[in-house]
Design a protein around this ligand. Structure first.
Ligand SMILES: Nc1nc2c(ncn2[C@@H]2O[C@H](COP(=O)(O)OP(=O)(O)O)[C@@H](O)[C@H]2O)c(=O)[nH]1
Ligand SMILES: [Mg+2]
Ligand SMILES: [Zn+2]
Length: 336
C-alpha cells in the first residue's frame, strides 16, 4: 500500500515529467509539419521549381542538379517555372522557404471559378497548328489574343508541313502573311521529317516556352523531338515520392540541352480567354491598339457606328477585315 501514498514531492516530479513529454511531443509535431529544423539545413540558395508532386516539389539548383523538397507552410501556391529560395537538408529532403516575384504567370479558373496558377515565368507561347486537323485562322487569333493579354510573346508554329505539296505550301504562306505583317514570328516544321527543328531550337534558346494548340497538331511529338534524353529522369524521380504519383495534371519544366526550357502541362494546353472585357480584347490586337480613343463615340463597338477609326483603317487597307471579324467573334463569345 506504500506505493499508493506518493509524497508531494514525488507527485510533483511525475507531473513535471509528463509535462515535459507533452511539450516535446508537441514540438516534434510542429517539426514534422515544418520539415527539418533550421539547424539541420544548409544556407539558403536559389532554385527553379520543375514540378509538384503532392506535398513535394522537384527543385533544380544553380548547377542543374535536382532535389526533392518540402514546402514551408504558409507559402503561396507554387508552380513549375517559379524561382524559389530553398535550403538543402543535411539528411533527406530540402525545404522551399520563399517564392521570388514572378515575371509572368499563366492561370486558369478551377471548377469554382477561382484562378489557379499553372506555370510561372514563361517567356514565349508557341501556338502550334497543322494542316491536319486543319489550320483555322480564328483559332490562331484567339490564342494570339490570350498571349497578348498575359503579356507573353506568341509565336506561330506550323507543324506537319510534310503533308503539303508545293502549291499548298505557297497558299498557306499567303494566308498567314497577315501575321507576318503584324510582326508575329511564323515557323514551319515537320516533326516526322525532323524539318525546321534547328530554327525552332534557335527560337527556344534562352527562354522558357510552352506549346499550345488543338489536340493532334503534334505538340507531344515536338516536345519529344526537341528534348534531350536526360529529361526522362524527371518522370522517374516522381515515382519515388510517397505522396501523389506523376499524374497527367502535373506541369513539368524540361531543360533544353543548351539554354532554355519547355513547360509541359495539360492545363496550359487548354490556355484560352477568361474574364476578358471588349476593351482588353481590343488592346490585344496590335493593329487596333494605336486607334484607341480615335472613334467618334467613346463606346464604339467598331461595327456600323459612324466615325469608327477601326472601320476606316480596314477600309483604307491598313487593317485586315478578317481580323476585325475575328475580334467581333471573340467579343461576342466573351459576352455569353
Ligand atoms: N505527318 C505528320 N504527322 C505528325 C507530325 N508530327 C506529329 N504527327 C502525328 O500527329 C498525331 C498527333 O501528334 P501528337 O504529338 O500526339 O499531337 P498533340 O495532341 O498535339 O500532342 C500523331 O499521330 C503524330 O504521329 C508531322 O510533322 N507530320
Ligand atoms: Mg499530346
Ligand atoms: Zn470604332
Amino acid at each position: 500500500m506504500a506505493s499508493r501514498k506518493l509524497s508531494r514531492r514525488q507527485r510533483w516530479r511525475i507531473e513535471k515529467i509528463q509535462e515535459e513529454r507533452l511539450t516535446r511531443a508537441a514540438r516534434k509535431a510542429v517539426r514534422l509539419q515544418e520539415g527539418p529544423s533550421d539547424q539541420a539545413l544548409y544556407p539558403e540558395q536559389t532554385g527553379t521549381l520543375l514540378a509538384r508532386y503532392g506535398a513535394y516539389v522537384l527543385v533544380e539548383d544553380a548547377m542543374g542538379a535536382h532535389h526533392r523538397c518540402l514546402l514551408r507552410q504558409n507559402l503561396s501556391p507554387m508552380v513549375s517555372g517559379d524561382r524559389i529560395i530553398w535550403q538543402r537538408a543535411r539528411n533527406g529532403d530540402g525545404v522551399v522557404v520563399a517564392l521570388t516575384p514572378r515575371q509572368t504567370l499563366l492561370a486558369r479558373p478551377d471548377r469554382e471559378g477561382q484562378m489557379k496558377p499553372i506555370a510561372a515565368n514563361i517567356g514565349q507561347i508557341f501556338i502550334v497548328v497543322a494542316p491536319r486537323p486543319g489550320i483555322q485562322l480564328p483559332l490562331i487569333d484567339r490564342y494570339l489574343l490570350a498571349a497578348e493579354i498575359t503579356g507573353i510573346t506568341p509565336l506561330i508554329l506550323i507543324n506537319k508541313i510534310d503533308l503539303l505539296n508545293a502549291d499548298e505550301r505557297v497558299a498557306l504562306e499567303h494566308s498567314l502573311d497577315e501575321y507576318h505583317r503584324l510582326d508575329y514570328t511564323l515557323l514551319y516544321a515537320s516533326t516526322c521529317q525532323r524539318h525546321g527543328l534547328d530554327t525552332l531550337h534557335t527560337h527556344l534558346h534562352g527562354h522558357t516556352s510552352i506549346f499550345v494548340g488543338q489536340s493532334g497538331v503534334g505538340k507531344s511529338s515536338l516536345i519529344n523531338a526537341l528534348l534531350p534524353e536526360a529529361n526522362a529522369r524527371i518522370g522517374a524521380i516522381s515515382t519515388h515520392s510517397d505522396q501523389g504519383r506523376h499524374t497527367t495534371t502535373t506541369s513539368l519544366l524540361y531543360r533544353l540541352s543548351k539554354s532554355g526550357a519547355i513547360i509541359d502541362s495539360p492545363g496550359i494546353r487548354e490556355f484560352g480567354l477568361w474574364n476578358v472585357s471588349p476593351q482588353q480584347a481590343f488592346e490585344g490586337f496590335p493593329e487596333f491598339r494605336p486607334l484607341r480613343g480615335l472613334c467618334r463615340f467613346r463606346n464604339c463597338r467598331h461595327r456600323q457606328e459612324p466615325g469608327c477609326a477601326v472601320r476606316a483603317a480596314v477600309d483604307a487597307g491598313r487593317a485586315s477585315p478578317r481580323r476585325l471579324e475575328s475580334y467581333h467573334c471573340i467579343v461576342d463569345s466573351l459576352s455569353v
